[in-house]
Write a protein that binds this ligand. Structure first.
Ligand code: PLP
Length: 396
């Protein structure tokens, strides 16, 4: 039977529902305290304190100092800002190191830099989606301004050894940024322990609204603002503060600490139940990415012979939201750059879908997917078989 809650949402790496606690914290800043924090009068100025409280909460989530946090419009802006700042504050250095499996916020920014005659090394990954640290070490040059490696891959959930990468970068005296957008509430983040110079987060991945994020800049690291305008954020990021968003982010950061335990126990168990159930009941399914060093909520699976699009549309008909990591261009899904970089062939990359669980998922929802998916796959495979028979008869 279909669970009552609609939709059955297994796409929490794409975005998350705003938690009721987060919405409650935000509402007064939309209804009542809606002033501009930069105003001279008390109605605006009174917002400085709640913003600083939120900054403390976000800082606590990653074990940073509040003054090391710059609020931004989200993960993309934070990533762009960190990379650009590293180049602006190191004018003699024209080389960056990143990986082939980063989010497009990094990849497309690097592609633009390439057009401006910067040199970029895109490091390959193993079949399990992992980075070879020796390759990374060898890729760093005297003119490398920054290394940027994601903490957790959004498509496969594969984790990077951030502490080890930071140590390599420190040893080579090069800045290190990590895109940690997929990490909070799923794995522990401790900037003091890991020693990263820059770290990007986005609030809409942790049950807060879209359009708010933050960039951590380690104290003492030179920083050149990317978005310039007013003197907000101590002159580090121009633009009137998204006050309600910042407050929501602060509340979500508090909740994320509490979610960590649930994600590592209940959510991990649900993910494993889903993944093992699919592997047991459907033939020709493979897990993409290392199953060991992986986010506890993510499962990326390929279904031999099929196209992700057909599976996702059939799941959608049953009210189930999942996704492929691929972009949709001209009505068909491109194969995922992440899976291709892991050595999957185009057919397997096109046949892959991602389930990403969150705190609101239930066992009844997992059971429903396990009931529906084998039927969907069998139907799609039999359609494919009849089409092939028809085509071979037509050409005979
Ligand atoms: N980096 C990763 C790993 C992501 O998953 C995302 C969002 O999908 C981003 C960056 C971009 O974040 P935002 O949507 O806040 O710009």
């Amino acid at each position: 039977m279909q669970p009552t809650q609609q939709p059955i949402y297994f796409d929490n790496n794409a975005t998350t529902r705003v938690a009721p606690e987060v919405l409650d914290a935000m509402l007064p800043f939309l209804h009542e305290q809606w002033g501009n924090p930069s105003s001279i009068y008390g109605f605006g100025r009174q917002l400085a304190k709640p913003i600083e409280l939120a900054r403390e909460k976000v800082a606590a989530l990653i074990n940073a100092e509040p003054r090391e946090i710059i609020f931004t419009s989200g993960g993309t802006e934070s990533i762009n800002s960190a990379l650009q700042s590293a180049l602006d504050t190191n004018p003699g250095k024209r080389h960056l190191v990143t990986t082939a499996v980063e989010h497009s916020a990094t990849l497309k920014f690097c592609a633009r830099l390439k057009h401006k005659n910067f040199e970029i090394t895109f490091l390959p990954v193993t079949a399990g989606g992992q980075l070879d640290l020796q390759l990374l070490e060898r890729a760093i040059r005297p003119d490398t301004a920054i290394v940027s490696v994601m903490s957790a891959n959004n498509e496969t959930g594969v984790l990077s050894p951030i502490e080890e990468i930071a140590a390599i970068c420190r040893g080579k005296d090069v800045l290190f940024h990590t895109d940690a957008v997929q990490a909070p509430g799923k794995v522990e983040i401790d900037v003091k322990q890991s020693g990263v110079d820059f770290l990007s987060l986005s609030a809409h991945k942790l049950y807060a609204p879209k359009g708010i994020g933050m960039l951590y800049v380690k104290r003492g690291t030179k920083y050149q603002p990317y978005v310039i305008g007013g003197g907000q954020e101590q002159g580090q990021r121009g633009g009137t503060e998204n006050v309600a968003g910042i407050i929501g982010f602060g509340r979500a950061a508090e909740l994320a600490q509490a979610h960590l335990h649930d994600t590592h126990t209940r959510i991990r168990a649900l993910r494993d139940q889903l993944e093992n159930g699919i592997l047991k009941s459907i033939d020709g399914v493979n897990v993409n990415g290392s199953r060991d060093a992986r986010l506890p909520n993510t499962s990326n699976l390929s279904f031999k012979g099929l196209e992700a699009e057909g599976i996702l549309l059939s799941l959608d008909e049953q009210g189930i939201c999942a996704s492929s990591g691929s972009a949709c261009t001209s009505g068909s899904l491109d194969p995922s750059h992440v899976l291709l970089a892991m050595g999957c062939d185009t057919a397997r990359a096109r046949a892959s879908i991602r389930f990403s669980l969150g705190i609101y998922n239930t066992e009844a929802e997992v059971d429903f997917v396990l009931q529906q998916l084998p039927v969907i796959i069998a139907k799609l495979r039999s359609q494919l078989k009849s089409e092939k028979t028809y085509r071979s008869k037509a050409t005979a």
